[in-house]
Write a protein that binds this ligand. Structure first.
Ligand SMILES: [Cu+2]
Length: 117
């Protein structure tokens, strides 16, 4: 039954908890997740500094039950995009904005690895 499936997902999400160590406990609709759980690897596809968004091809976000995909994210602070460019390998963390949308609260460039032979 579809409704039961959604209920199971909701319960899983509720029990996983959300919160970001760097900013202390954060109220996210009753959930708390550690930043470690939410940190995810991604590749920058494009940066839109004007609209404070970045398009990422991200790995699965286990803490949220998201699969790998390419999507646009808002950033909590436009300064987070400073120095980022298409092709960068990054790690990012998410927090829930006041409007309930997940946005990037932290994003750091990873050292470029030598290309495989
Ligand atoms: Cu996604």
């Amino acid at each position: 039954m579809k409704s039961k499936w959604w209920l199971a997902i909701a319960l899983m999400a509720a029990s996983s908890g959300l919160g970001f160590a760097a900013q202390g406990p954060m109220e996210t609709g009753g959930r708390t997740v550690s930043s470690r759980d939410a940190a995810t690897a991604a590749k920058v596809v494009s940066v839109d500094a004007e609209h404070k968004t970045v398009r990422l091809a991200h790995e699965p976000v286990k803490a949220l039950g998201w699969s790998a995909m390419t999507m646009d994210f808002k950033v909590a602070d436009g300064a987070l995009l400073n120095g980022l460019k298409a092709g960068d390998a990054v790690m990012f963390e998410l927090g829930k904005a006041a409007d309930g949308v997940w946005q990037i609260t932290r994003i750091t460039r990873q050292e470029a690895k030598p290309a495989a032979p």
